[in-house]
Design a protein around this ligand. Structure first.
Ligand SMILES: NC(=O)c1ccc[n+]([C@@H]2O[C@H](COP(=O)([O-])OP(=O)(O)OC[C@H]3O[C@@H](n4cnc5c(N)ncnc54)[C@H](OP(=O)(O)O)[C@@H]3O)[C@@H](O)[C@H]2O)c1
Length: 212
């Protein structure tokens, strides 16, 4: 257990000072910032000196988080966006880009999971719903934000992926695994598609996370 923690999460990766050196002064957009991993990441990054742009559907949660960050001396702005409604993306992206001259890092974190036997999933439209939030929505949002990032010399994009985005296939998780795996592969081709060195795309593979 100790060895696994040391290899998967070496002390240098947990150093607040290293984080500060990497992100202080940068503008970082985080999707799914209202709860869970996204909220915890926003707090950590803001504490390390980054300006954080918080996206999700729950406007009240985002406003409360932005207030907390500002009260602690950080910089944060909240934007409500539903990843299953691509018609919203262009106006929200334009609003964000008008307010922030440069986005250095995008953390594509928002996601949803449904655990259900596959033969019961079609009446609930599980696949359609998960593809929208885990694949087509995040992909379309990145495509809306990428042109300016590339025009400004590039940036970094992080995909909060899952250990379930690959084999082994698990019963009851077909729609989740399929949607996460699809986005994972699309995302891996994004860096090379943008041109050598233009965008650094990295996947962060989560296993079981319960943010404090
Ligand atoms: N927790 C784990 O053990 C674990 C393991 C592997 C991978 N992951 C991945 O890690 C990421 C975060 O997971 P989490 O556990 O922190 O999830 P969570 O606590 O359920 O939070 C999910 C976030 O995504 C947002 N979201 C959901 N549907 C959305 C939509 N239609 N439009 C915009 N935002 C939406 C939610 O905000 P609103 O509801 O306010 O919109 C929320 O902020 C996900 O991509 C997940 O697949 C998590």
């Amino acid at each position: 257990m100790y060895l696994a923690r040391l290899l998967l999460s070496p002390p240098s990766c947990r150093s607040r000072e290293h984080l500060r050196q990497a992100v202080a002064g940068k503008t970082i957009l985080i999707t799914g910032a209202s709860f869970g991993i996204g909220r915890a990441a926003a707090l950590l990054l803001a504490e390390a000196g980054a300006e954080v742009l918080l996206l999700a559907r729950s406007g009240d949660q985002l406003a409360e988080l932005a207030d907390t960050i500002r009260a602690n001396g950080g910089q944060a702005s909240a934007y409500t966006l539903d990843l299953s409604k691509p018609a919203e993306f262009a106006p929200v992206a334009a609003q964000i880009q008008a307010a922030h001259p440069q986005i250095h890092i995008i953390i594509s974190n928002a996601g949803k999971s449904i655990r259900r036997p596959v033969l019961q999933s079609s009446e609930k439209q599980d696949l359609e719903r998960l593809l929208a939030v885990n694949f087509s929505g995040p992909a379309a949002l990145l495509l809306a934000l990428l042109p300016r990032m590339l025009a400004q010399g590039g940036g970094q994009i992080v995909n909060v992926s899952s250990v379930s985005a690959g084999p082994p296939p698990l019963p009851r998780w077909a729609a989740y695994q399929g949607s996460k795996a699809g986005f994972d592969l699309w995302f891996r081709s994004l860096g090379p598609s943008c041109g050598a060195g233009a965008c650094a795309c990295a996947a962060c593979i989560c296993r079981w996370c319960v943010p404090a």
